[in-house]
Every structure is written in C-alpha cells, then in structure tokens.
Write a protein that binds this ligand. Sequence first.
Ligand SMILES: O=C(O)C(=O)Cc1ccc(O)cc1
Ligand SMILES: [Fe+2]
Length: 443
Amino acid sequence: MAVPLRRLHHVSLHVSNGRKLAYDLVSKYKFNLFATRLTDRSRQVAFRNGAAVFVVNERPIQGSAGLNEWLQLGGNDKHSADARRVNFEKHKRSNPSCLYDVHLHHPVDSVSNVCFEVEDVERSFKVLRHLGCNFLVPPTTVEDENGLVTYSVVKSIVGNVCHTLIDKTKYGGTFLPGFNVTEKDWSLEKENLSCPVTHFDHITYASPRKSTQQVMRWYEKLFGFQRFFIDSDEDVDEGFVVNQEGVGLRLTAMQYWKCSKAGITLPFTDKKEPDCKFVIAESLPQQGRNQVDTFLEQHRAAGIQHVALYTKNIVSAAHTMAKAGVHFFSPPPAYYTEVGKRREIEEAGHDPQMLSEHGILLDTDLQQDPSSQSECSENRRYLLQVFTKPLFAEDTFFLELIERRGATGFGEGNIRALWRSVQAYMENERRDSQGETVQSAQQ
Ligand SMILES: O=C(O)C(=O)Cc1ccc(O)cc1
Ligand SMILES: [Fe+2]
C-alpha cells in the first residue's frame, strides 16, 4: 500500500546567495517573507503568496556575517527585529544546520525538496522503507510552545529531488517549530491584491531520456500517484509527444488527491480533490537541443525545472511582476498577429495586444464540453500561461504563471512558440558572452 499524501506543504530551494533570492522573491515575484530560522550554520527563510510557500535555504555559511541584512528583510519595525534577534541567539546554540530538509551539497543553485504533509510519519517511514525507499532523515520530532511536528526526508529517484514528509496534526503554530513567524498580515497588502497567486498548480521535472516510466512507477508505488492524461489522444506508454519543427519533448503528467483526516469528512461529501500535479518532461533526440537538455547539463542532474503558480488574474499578476523587474519569455510577435491565434484569443474575450505586452500565451482545449453543441466562446476551455526567465545564474529553474479557464492541460499548443523564444534568448546570451570575451581580449 502506498502512503497517502494530505497536501503539498512547501517547496524548498538551496542556493549559495539566499539574500539575493530573498530580495527577488519579495520585491519582484511578490512573495511575502513570513518566517525565518537563522542560525550560525545556515539560514532558512519562508515566503508565501496565497498557499504557495517557498523555503529558501542558504548553503552552510561560516560565522554569522550578514545577520543584519537578514534582519531587515522581514519588516523594519524594532519589535520584529528584536524578536528575530532573540530567536537567532536561541537557535545559534542548537539544531541541525537544515531543519526539515538536508543540504545535499549540489554544485549549483537548485529547487530540490517538495514537502508533503502526511498523516503519520512513523508509519509512512515503515511502509516506504519496506518498499525500498532511501531515507536521508529518519522520523524526527521538533517542538515549540505551539506543539510538535514530526518529519522525515526521503530521497526520490529524480536527480537531487527529495521529499520531506511532515505531520502537523499536533501543531497549532503558523508555520513550523524552529521558525520565527513575522506577525504582519500580508494578505491585505496592496501588491498581493494585484498579484493574486493562490497555490502551486504543477511542478515540472526535467528528466533524462527514457526515464519517464521509471519515475512514474516510483511515484505510483510509493505515494499512489496516478497518470493524468494531458491530451485525449495521448498514448498510455508514449505520453504527450511534441516532435517536430525543432522541438522534441515528451510530457507525462501525474496527479494525486488531497486526503483529509479519516473520519472527519462524511462519505457523501468526501469529494476527491486533486492537488498540485507533477509533469515529467523528457527530451527526444531527433530535433536537436532543447530546454530540458540545457537544464540537465547546467543543473548537472535531473530535477525540478519549473514550478507553476496558479493565478486568477494572469494579466494583473504578470503586469505587477514585470513592473517590478521580472523578465518573461515572449513568443515571436507573429504569435499574436497570426489569424488563427488572434481569433482564438479574441473569442476567449482577451485582447491580443494586452497579452503580447508580457508574452502571455493562450491555449484552447481542443475537446469541447460534451454537453454543448456549439463552439461559442462561453464553452471553450482554455488556459493562459507565461514563463519567467531563469531565476538562478544557470539556465535552469524558472517560474510559470497559469490561469485556467476550464482547461486542464499544460499549454501543449504553446510549446513550439515558447521554445522559439527560449532559443532566441539563449542565442542572445551566447552572443553577449562572446561579445564580453572579445571585449576582454581586446582590453
Ligand atoms: O509541461 C509543462 O509544465 C509545461 O508548462 C510545458 C513545458 C514543458 C517543458 C518545458 O521545457 C517548457 C514547457
Ligand atoms: Fe508548466
């Protein structure tokens, strides 16, 4: 029997310069810093927008230099700075360098842990170990005045990806014991209203060639994930394949359902609610290099390539982020003027000009609602999506904003347009770096 997951709790990142990423997440991507754990051996800082929570872990540091800079991040009032300082001093004397996670010493910045809530960590540990799972941290309990939390960390079979399994049923605090929560109610901030992210929609892995089936089987066996068909004619074994015009990708999606505590929900109201989906992106050899190959090379392992943030208003969210300095990939301008796409955008009630400003792509589900006879716009299911440029120094991890209007896929129709803009970006970067080399050679 697989271990049922209650819900996704947070996604954690391991970086060398936590301060820079913290600054970007807050000022550009409009996340709110809401909890910190600062010790003399590491810094862990949590950010949220809606139910989407990132924990940034800075790789172990020497001494406590830079503390003052961190203290300024969570609000400048004296009270919260003092509280954080006390917390810092308290935790300096105790605790592992990376609570609820492990430092795997990956050579480049990486998003490497997807933390799930489970019902019973001890039992999950036994079940998963019996199924052959590798644990990096055995069940461990951490407590503070708000109660206790038990967790363990399991290694996945995808590159450096791990999963922390956590039981919060005996915890009444806002985040996790060991973290100092800043008090401010961020949900009322103006910027939150103009950048309305509600939750993680999906997480996409970049996975080596021919690895998809093995990854699927692992998640099926251990956590009861099930196949989610991206497209109605998708082949069970092949997944959704794009293999033409310079793009060779295989996408295969999996889903699991949030499970609530047994006995609380009545059977007739116990509707299965899907949580964040997982997509495995594998590159196919025939069409030359692509974004997945670039990821695997620069990240130096398989791993999390992008995380999609669900928003109810992508135009507003993209506009707010762009104004704050986020760069998005833009498809070739022809995307918005081509007659078919233009009509598709207008029929969905959007303005092609407005979408083109930030590179927002629209993809309509080809399958219409079976209850409708006509193809009129109200019955069309579509999604809007936009991709940011990579967040780290390497061309690896990026974010996606996604607004769904009934469509359940991942923008398969846009992959070619997206890929053309990525290629243009990479060529530009190459030209720039060659330019720099020429310049420095001339100096
Ligand atoms: O599958 C997804 O999550 C997508 O959003 C489509 C996609 C997959 C892989 C890429 O390199 C770029 C886009
Ligand atoms: Fe995606």
